[in-house]
Design a protein around this ligand. Structure first.
Ligand SMILES: Cc1ncc(COP(=O)(O)O)c(C=O)c1O
Length: 378
């Protein structure tokens, strides 16, 4: 059997990783500025993570959600405390798409309505409802096409009001910061408008914090830079530092009922051990502060570079929009400097999403490489 060939691949085979570095099978060292799509939150092979997951594996790895799994409650309690959403409940699942799928479904169970507002350039995943809320026609199969999803321009209050006027809305789903769309940051006033329109029309405000959450922007959730609370928040990626885990944070206004949501693997012991390791490390190493400080440092170091058109950032979530397409720069960062970076749906935007405990010295290496390449004829 061969692999179903859906991923364009770099010719790289990593065999070891530690902190913000990876080594390939030729023992060549790479600096990770992208964390495998924002997944590596506390650094590769963090000792707390390795110890927690290993210990858990020696005790018990899996039983289904038909028995008590107290470590799930430990995760919920710690997550509630660190995120400021202590009165919310947690439903654990396995990925970002699954978290959004459940969020949209839960909203609709609650409101008994069908239509959802989503945004131009949004990315919410590849399962049925999540992909229907995603602004990329090429990944929506005919069976997933749905007129239950209404696309509205990002940060456009008038269009949002129009959509509410013209449809019975069940939910509004918005990323804390659009990631795949090129690090597009919602205006605080736009998030406040979503909140007030949802309240007025008895709709559910879903904030997808799958990429922008878990301290990436210097607050636990990106939407906390504005003074709003969402009704449902979805999480994944940085939550498990590479262990597949996702979750849905649910406001007390939603009524749980046995059988309403469910999953076989969601909330398994190993995923919980990984999640606890991440939360403990974020707290112990003060990583929200590191994200804020080093984000500002990177911005200041790059903002005057003549190759750059604009930098959109919050904490360590960076969209560096160049004046030219970013592919040649990305390729040279990789081939000449052994540095991994990301792209976005807009071809001129370079995405930088490093581990939250990346150091100044590691960022300096990237800044130096960027400046050398910017001066060269790309
Ligand atoms: C904002 C956002 N939501 C949802 C997803 C989907 O997550 P997953 O790939 O874990 O299904 C992604 C993945 O890139 C994402 O960036």
């Amino acid at each position: 059997m061969k692999l179903f060939d859906v991923y364009p691949l770099f010719d790289l085979n990593f065999v070891k990783a530690e902190g913000s570095y990876l080594w390939n099978d030729k023992n060549e060292k790479y600096l990770d500025l992208y964390g495998g799509h924002a997944v590596i939150s506390i650094g590769h092979s963090h000792p707390t993570y390795v110890q927690r997951v290993t210990e858990q594996l020696h005790n018990i790895g899996f039983y289904s959600n038909s028995v008590k799994i107290p470590i799930q409650e430990e995760v919920a309690q710690k997550l509630g405390k660190i995120s400021g959403y202590e009165d919310y409940s947690l439903f654990m699942c396995n990925s970002g798409a699954e978290a959004n799928e459940n969020a949209i479904k839960l909203a609709s169970f609650h409101t008994q309505k069908k239509k959802n507002i989503c945004f131009i350039k949004a990315f919410h995943g590849r399962t049925a409802a999540a992909v229907a809320a995603t602004d990329n026609k090429s990944i929506i199969a005919p069976t997933n096409e749905s007129d239950n999803f209404i696309f509205v321009p990002f940060n456009n209050t008038t269009a949002l009001e129009e959509a509410f006027k013209n449809h019975e809305i069940s939910s509004v789903i918005i990323e804390g910061i659009q990631g795949v769309g090129g690090v597009q940051i919602p205006e605080p006033s736009f998030l406040e408008k979503i909140r007030s329109l949802c309240d007025e029309h008895e709709a559910v405000f879903i904030c997808d914090e799958i990429q922008s959450g878990y301290g990436r922007t210097g607050k636990f959730f990106a939407h906390q830079h504005a003074s709003v609370k969402a009704d449902i928040i979805t999480i994944a990626k940085g939550m498990g530092n590479g262990f597949p885990v996702g979750g849905v944070l649910i406001s007390p206004k939603f009524q749980a009922k046995h059988g309403l949501l469910g999953t076989t693997f969601g909330g398994n012991y190993l995923a919980c051990a990984a999640s606890l390791a991440v939360l403990e490390t974020i707290e112990k190493e003060n990583l929200l502060q590191n994200a804020t400080d080093l984000g500002d440092y990177l911005y200041e170091a790059l903002i005057d570079d003549p190759l750059i058109h604009e930098i959109r950032y919050q904490g360590l979530m960076f969209g560096i929009e160049l004046k030219v397409p970013c592919a040649p720069l990305r390729n040279k960062l990789l081939s000449e400097f052994n540095m991994l970076t990301g792209n976005a749906s807009c071809p001129k935007t370079l995405r930088i999403l490093p581990a939250l405990n990346i150091t100044k010295t590691e960022l300096d290496a990237f800044i130096e490489a960027f400046k050398i390449l910017s001066k060269s004829n790309l």
